[in-house]
Design a protein around this ligand. Structure first.
Ligand SMILES: Cc1cc2nc3c(=O)[nH]c(=O)nc-3n(C[C@H](O)[C@H](O)[C@H](O)COP(=O)(O)OP(=O)(O)OC[C@H]3O[C@@H](n4cnc5c(N)ncnc54)[C@H](O)[C@@H]3O)c2cc1C
Length: 398
């Protein structure tokens, strides 16, 4: 038996012995079983944390990372085998966090070895939850207009300013922040700073949304002292790091769209949803018009899945690039279209907001339909993605 086959067997046996039975059902989006990690997150099912800890002990959440960074130091072939076995057994991710999806890749690229050893292991193990401090009241699409200042205080940075739309700031332990260390150069005056949310001078105010949830917050910084060693890269290098992080973010948003392609939040296919609401005739959706809409959407899903796969394979080999803007914009529109279609399929059942006579799954679709409207805004609006594609992918003039 080759080493790789032996490893496959070891992984398979380990999963049988260690994967909690209560996590066999697929993870629903926006579920309180989402393994965000961190000190404040509470799970309705304690097995979420158990699985997180068991995977962390093996370093298998980030198997390609060095052991001293919280990974398992596995070679690419072993990583592939591990991922195949975890996916084949239907295992949920051990950690699903902004730290893992956005911050860790740029730390691996731009941080000093000391910073990697300090910040990567708690991300890999799901011990620290991170939020993203980019947007400000006057800096969204034109992000480089940001004004939050970080002044050199000798052994520390003194931070003053405000962030907005900071998803889950009230649930997070740390924030990765874009700050202005120099006012003379718009882009060249931006730096990338890591800030402990328990630092004196930070105030977090949740913003309530139309979907009934409050993932957004405003974050205020008043004379917050941040140790010098929390700056990633050199002062003024923040814009380069910020743009790279956005490429990782957009790639991840696209992957999430891919994993939800065609399905409802409750795990039904669109066809199953349509049969439930519009009836079934000889195994098909009874309503011919709805049948055609579902078929058209499913074909589009297939085409998008192929494009996503192509872009992912390219970014897996060469790192993410501006093509992440294609899949981000495409995926955002497709997800919004999917929820519009679900509402059309459901008819009156889509009017439900809370409780009887509406089914919990239908109510969830209605909430998520409202949430989907943010898809073409978060991580950079679709208009901005189209601009990036025009300039950086197609090479069109300004
Ligand atoms: C669900 C969600 C989660 C988010 N989470 C976070 C987070 O965790 N952290 C964070 O920092 N931010 C977060 N954001 C904020 C998000 O990044 C910004 O909302 C986004 O970048 C747009 O900025 P803005 O809201 O200021 O809109 P504006 O920049 O004011 O844009 C308004 C409109 O003008 C258009 N527009 C602007 N400039 C141009 C241009 N040059 N060409 C063409 N059209 C243009 C835009 O496309 C948009 O339609 C989140 C947003 C959402 C919806």
């Amino acid at each position: 038996m080759s080493d790789l086959e032996a490893f496959r067997r070891e992984v398979r046996d380990w999963i049988v012995a260690n994967y909690p039975a209560s996590l066999r059902a697929p993870l629903r989006s926006e579920s309180d079983e989402t393994p965000w990690g961190g000190r404040k997150t509470r799970y309705s099912n304690p097995d979420v944390k158990l699985w997180m800890d068991r995977m962390a002990a093996r370093g298998w959440g980030c198997p390609d990372w060095a052991v001293e960074h919280g990974g398992a130091g596995l070679e690419p072939d072993a990583v592939r085998v591990l991922r195949e076995e975890l996916a084949g057994a239907g295992c949920r991710p051990a950690v699903f966090s902004f730290g893992l999806m956005m911050l860790a890749p740029v730390l691996r690229e731009f941080a000093s070895e000391e910073q990697k050893q300090r910040f990567l292991p708690p991300i890999a193990r799901g011990e620290i939850r991170w939020c993203q401090g980019y947007s400000e009241p006057g800096a969204g699409s034109d992000l480089a207009s940001l004004k939050t200042r970080a002044e050199d205080g000798g052994d520390h940075w003194l931070v003053n300013g405000q962030k907005i739309w900071t998803s889950y700031a009230d649930q997070s332990d740390w924030i990765f922040c874009l700050v202005r260390t120099n006012t003379e150069s718009k882009h060249g005056g931006i730096s990338f700073l890591l800030i402990d949310m328990t630092s004196p001078g930070i105030e977090v105010r949740p913003i309530r949304l139309i979907s009934g949830k409050s993932p957004f917050c405003e974050v205020f910084f008043t004379d917050v002292r941040v140790p010098k060693e929390n700056l990633i890269g050199k002062p003024g290098e923040g814009w380069k790091i910020a743009k790279r992080l956005l490429q990782y973010e957009r790639t991840n948003i696209s992957q999430q769209v891919q994993s939800g392609l065609g399905g409802t939040p409750g795990g039904l296919s669109l066809a199953e949803l349509a049969k439930r609401h519009r009836g079934e005739q000889q195994g098909r959706i009874a309503d011919a018009h709805v049948r055609e809409l579902v078929a058209r959407h499913e074909m589009q899903s297939e085409a998008i899945a192929l494009t996503l796969r192509r872009v992912q394979e390219e970014s897996g080999r060469f790192g993410p690039s501006a093509t992440s803007s294609i899949t981000k914009a495409l995926g955002a529109q497709h997800n919004k279209d999917k929820f519009e279609l679900m509402l059309e399929i459901m008819g009156q059942a889509a009017l439900g907001w809370d409780g009887a006579p509406f089914e919990a799954d239908d109510v969830e679709i209605c909430h998520q339909w409202l949430r989907s409207k943010g898809n073409s805004i978060e991580g950079g609006t679709s208009e901005i993605q189209t601009n990036i594609v025009a300039k950086q992918v197609l090479g069109l003039p300004d």
